[in-house]
Design a protein around this ligand. Structure first.
Ligand code: MN
Length: 207
């Protein structure tokens, strides 16, 4: 059966400083993300994992195909695994701060302009009560980008939406450095978004 492993970060733990501190990055990756990986492997084992599809995105997109006894655990740990995998990929120490290309054109269509998009996204992140994520997703039914939030570790895949960019709003992602100043955490994150990566994901889908 497929065993999931903790993905390597595409940069060093200290490279997102001063925006994300090295201590938080280490704990977030080595402890929290690892716990989702372990939980996912365990949940898949507990339902006799041979028959599950290879990609976690297809599992999450079709949770009904998972035996009911394991569904909640796979939603939680599988979502946690995949949400964090994408979170790391969509950050970089050398971002240039704006999407450009087709994605920026689409942002202009649905959110007026990039500044307004950022403002709306930040407000939506901060409006989350409790733990969850704020997302930019691609809705393939309507062939458009959308902004959504999900609770806990729920993944956009379970809503049949393709995640392009996600911001972790769990306390574990900011509390050491920012304490209760969530908006400082969100402001800091904009400096390290990997727009090349996010833009390429969008172009592959929409192009
Ligand atoms: Mn997290």
């Amino acid at each position: 059966m497929v065993r999931y492993e903790l993905p390597r970060l595409p940069y060093g733990y200290d490279e997102l400083e001063p925006f994300f501190d090295v201590e938080t990055m280490k704990i977030h990756h080595q402890k929290h993300h690892q716990a989702y990986v372990d939980g996912l492997n365990k949940s898949l084992e507990s339902i006799g994992g041979e028959s599950h599809p290879q990609y976690i995105s297809s599992i999450l997109s079709d949770l009904k195909s998972i035996p009911e006894s394991g569904r909640d655990a796979i939603n939680f740990f599988g979502g946690g695994y995949e949400n964090h995998r994408l979170f790391w990929e969509t950050m970089t120490p050398c971002g240039d701060g704006s999407p450009g290309g087709q994605l920026e054109d689409s942002i202009d269509v649905y959110f007026e302009n990039f500044e307004n998009f950022k403002k709306t996204f930040s407000e939506k992140s901060l409006s989350l009560q409790g733990s969850g994520w704020c997302w930019l997703v691609f809705n393939s039914t309507f062939h458009r980008i959308e902004m959504i939030t999900t609770e806990n570790q729920d993944s956009p895949w379970t809503l049949q939406k393709y995640p392009l960019l996600g911001l972790d709003m769990w306390e574990h992602s900011y509390y050491l450095k920012y304490q209760n100043n969530k908006s400082e955490y969100v402001d800091a994150w904009w400096n390290i978004v990997n727009w090349d990566y996010v833009g390429n994901r969008f172009t592959e889908l929409a192009g």
